[in-house]
Write a protein that binds this ligand. Structure first.
Ligand SMILES: [Zn+2]
Length: 261
């Protein structure tokens, strides 16, 4: 039988986590959503995801999260958090109750994906989530919300990070990548610039975002048709591509919207 997992975001909609350059709970939700869909869509994984939305204090929030986890049939519990400290603190960590080797693998995989230091696995038997979940559990500290460098690495490598986290979970639970049958691309399929820095012109109005995640909340400005942007990198996000501007914003690399000058 396929092993199952439960993955949840740390903190809740009404019980805020750390807020620095990044908002811990908001970003944790994005990581959970993406990792979950990689595991069930791109791997043959099975499991559940959870975001706590109702608690108004920390004890209730933790109790709700743990009771969701313990209420499911599963082999692994994963909680996604971000760290917070002084502006100079940087790196990934993974906290555990007794899953030390899995934790070490997870911290290393996240560090490699983000290109920041691996602070390693840390035993934290006192943490409510780790102590009260009844299956092997790990608590990811993706990077520091207080670090400019970590926040930039996170935005730039979001997809690689989620793929790396999913791969460690998949290996642990014995999931295999699905063989994707590529169907004939339709004439409508977007085509992307996949490489090439320099000047690009906007062909069709679109938005610039502060992250590779094109959510409304990440919008920075409207890119008017005809405007030119200096592009310093092309970043892969899922099966699409983003242009990174020299001001650190991201715009689509879809050839319908942009053209290289
Ligand atoms: Zn946290």
């Amino acid at each position: 039988m396929t092993k199952q997992f439960v993955i949840s975001s740390g903190h809740g909609d009404k019980v805020s986590g750390a807020i620095g350059i990044l908002n811990e709970h908001n970003e944790a939700k994005k990581v959970v959503n993406r990792v979950y869909s990689i595991l069930v869509d791109e791997y043959n994984g099975k499991g559940y995801k959870y975001h706590e939305t109702t608690a108004t204090n920390q004890n209730q929030n933790l109790a709700n999260i743990v009771s969701f986890h313990n209420g499911k049939t599963r082999d692994l519990d994963i909680s996604v958090h971000f760290n917070s400290a002084s502006a100079s603190a940087t790196g990934t960590e993974c906290l555990y109750y007794d899953a030390k080797s899995l934790s070490a693998k997870m911290s290393k995989a996240m560090a490699n994906a983000l290109g920041i230091v691996d602070r390693g696995a840390k035993e934290r038997k006192e943490l409510y989530f780790l102590r009260n979940t009844s299956k092997p559990a790990i608590l990811l500290e993706v990077c520091f919300v207080t670090s400019k460098k970590d926040a930039a690495a996170y935005h730039e490598n979001f997809e690689d990070l989620c793929q790396a986290i999913a791969k460690v979970i998949a290996n642990e639970l014995g999931y295999k990548k699905k063989v994707t049958t590529v169907s004939k691309p339709s004439v409508e399929a977007p085509s992307y610039y996949k490489s090439g820095t320099g000047l690009y012109r906007i062909k069709k109005n679109c938005y610039a975002y502060r992250s590779v995640i094109f959510d409304k909340e990440n919008r920075v400005e409207l890119c008017q048709k005809g405007t030119k942007y200096t592009i310093v990198a092309i970043v892969k996000y899922g099966s699409t591509y983003r242009l990174k501007t020299k001001w650190g914003m991201y715009i689509t690399a879809n050839k319908e919207y942009v053209e290289k000058v």
